[in-house]
Design a protein around this ligand. Structure first.
Ligand code: NAD
Length: 270
């Protein structure tokens, strides 16, 4: 049984984590934490996610007391919150899973410091499928070689402000890594997929913005005689929550160090 505390529990990812963890027999919800002043403080975790089930775990703004009764902290909060949460976990000798993105260099160094004392998994995309796709893209590029043009298509909802997605960039880096070239030397961004053709040997990322799409990525290796496509489609935010819960179960038995999802899934050397 893995006893978890969720920080940022009333947020979009926090709620997905509560819902998914309530359905897992080998995970026990030991605490749900929010910022001071949050209007739902004191509410049961079940109530927060609109369930009729009462967990007996109330939303609190004090991480220490609940984390000391748990095995692992799962943090989906805000970048500036992560360092003090990670430091507290390190003091209490509790493992940490961090999904929060946008950390400054200094904040990232605080995470590194905590990882010197307790095991920490930190990944910008917790989906098992996307992390598998990273490894597959690298392997495919290594096997297929330079006779295949690499084309990455990413589609997200119209509210997404940045392009290309961090996941598409990581896929490009993995493909470049597999092909033995520097990503910076071969990367080309075709926003909206409007360019008629591309120079040879480029890893092209095409960004598309449509409706409410959570996130679709396809990496294509296009040769003169054949084409290979690797695709991933996110159906719901639960894909990310389930990945974070998988990481939480894994990290509790690891030695202090900074890990990412490639480590969790045993894909580091693929
Ligand atoms: P959100 O804004 O819906 O939720 C964040 C929550 O954190 C809010 O409820 C907020 O009140 C709470 N919070 C703020 N300060 C806090 C504090 N001191 N203690 C406890 N809680 C606090 O955002 P979200 O969509 O759930 O995303 C959260 C973070 O996770 C973002 O950085 C986002 O980019 C990242 N994210 C990562 C992944 C991944 O797979 N790694 C997936 C989705 C989102």
């Amino acid at each position: 049984m893995t006893r978890i505390v969720i920080a940022g529990a009333a947020g979009r990812m926090g709620q997905a984590l509560i819902r998914c963890s309530m359905a897992m027999p080998d995970v026990e919800l030991a605490g749900v934490v929010e910022r001071t002043g949050h209007e739902w403080l004191g509410r049961d975790a079940g109530e927060i996610v609109g369930s009729d089930i009462r967990t007996g775990v109330a939303l609190t703004d004090e991480l220490g007391p609940v984390l000391s009764q748990a095995d692992v902290l799962i943090d989906f909060t805000y970048h500036s919150v992560v360092p003090r949460n990670a430091q507290l976990a390190a003091r209490l000798k509790r493992a940490v899973v961090i999904g929060t993105t946008g950390l400054t260099t200094e904040e990232s160094m605080d995470v590194d410091k905590a990882a010197g004392q307790v095991p920490v998994v930190w990944a910008p995309n917790m989906s098992l499928g996307v992390n598998l796709l990273f490894a597959m893209a690298k392997r495919a590029a290594a096997v297929l070689g330079s006779g295949y043009e690499v084309r990455i298509d990413e589609t997200h909802h119209v509210h997404k402000l940045d392009a290309p997605s961090g996941t598409a960039l990581r896929l490009g880096e993995k493909a470049a890594d597999g092909a033995g070239v520097r990503f910076e030397d071969v990367y080309l961004h075709d926003e909206g997929g409007v360019m008629a053709s591309y120079p040879a040997g480029r890893i092209v990322i095409r960004s598309h913005r449509e409706g409410e799409v959570f996130g679709d990525h396809t990496v294509a290796f296009d040769g003169a005689a054949e084409r290979v496509e690797l695709s991933h489609h996110v159906k719901s935010r639960d894909a990310l929550a389930l990945g974070a819960l998988h990481a939480a179960k894994w990290v509790c038995s690891q030695r202090p160090r900074l890990y990412d999802m490639q480590d969790v899934l045993g894909l580091r050397d693929v």
